[in-house]
Design a protein around this ligand. Sequence first.
Ligand code: SF4
Length: 344
Amino acid sequence: MSETLIEVTDLKIHFFTDEGVVRAVDGSDLTVERGRTLSLVGESGCGKSVACRSLLQIVHTPGRIVSGEILYNRKSGNGLDEIIDIAKLDPKGKQIRDIRGKEISMIFQEPMTSLSPMYTVGNQIVENILLHTDKTKKEAHALAIELLDKVGIPKPGRLVEEYPFRLSGGMRQRAMIAMALSCNPTMLIADEPTTALDVTTQANILDLMLDLQRQYGMALLFITHDLGVVAEIADDVAVMYLGKIVEKSDVDTIFNNPQHPYTQALLRSIPKVATRREELDPIKGMVPNPYRRPEGCPFHPRCAKAFSECRTIVPSVTQLGENHTVQCLLYEDLSDKKAMEQSL
Ligand code: SF4
């Protein structure tokens, strides 16, 4: 029986710029279960990374959480559950600093920009351990070497003294994973951690992450636009489009019985190994300009199944199965919404 670790409800994150307001996350719901892997998928610019950064209160300015809840089910020192709304915490306050990097860790797409070039890999891991635990410097240094060994870095005792620029992309990503795991987190957020890597290294890193997840029993929130990766690692999948979660379910349902036209189009666009030459079936059009979001369903300019109401009515969440939700007018009884529209 799984247990909810993070429950995100109606989260809205807006960026206030001179050109206007960008609704990067526009009323999203997400659930992360303890010990399971949730994949958040969607095209670049759909709000995946911003949504995940909000779980650590590290949304860049001029962005900020404008409404919604991020309920974190935290085990306190005496073993009792404590529910904290991360959305309400001060981004610089003690409570989120205790959680960030210790209970919830994050690894980023490009480790070179996340690791400081001024300090050795060992220094950076040791600093995180000293910040969040009561280990001595010597113990933290030994733990850093142990972690580098665990993530498959050869001669970890020597590499711990190296600067990040002396390492290959795959090694830097492994060092980032070691740092993220250094305080035994309950949840690891991985923001496209394998995108910058070649396929062989990518496969190694994915195997490593799944292996470490099993060992540590942590929840994994994995952001990607690669459905091949999703099929390999996810238990549950949330599909995001223009700041909204348009479909959510377990991985088998998403791949075998997708219901939202966007999910169906994403799956159709995966290149197939075929004996005959087949043309790719891309999703038509482009992701809309964030300053000019379409009215009604935000996917309607690109949707092959769009009908007239899609241009004016915003879809609500429809429950299709126990763990399967979709946001599309095809599954709604529109009589009430049409009547409301006519009365305006
Ligand atoms: Fe397509 Fe309409 Fe469903 Fe949007 S609401 S996904 S436009 S059918």
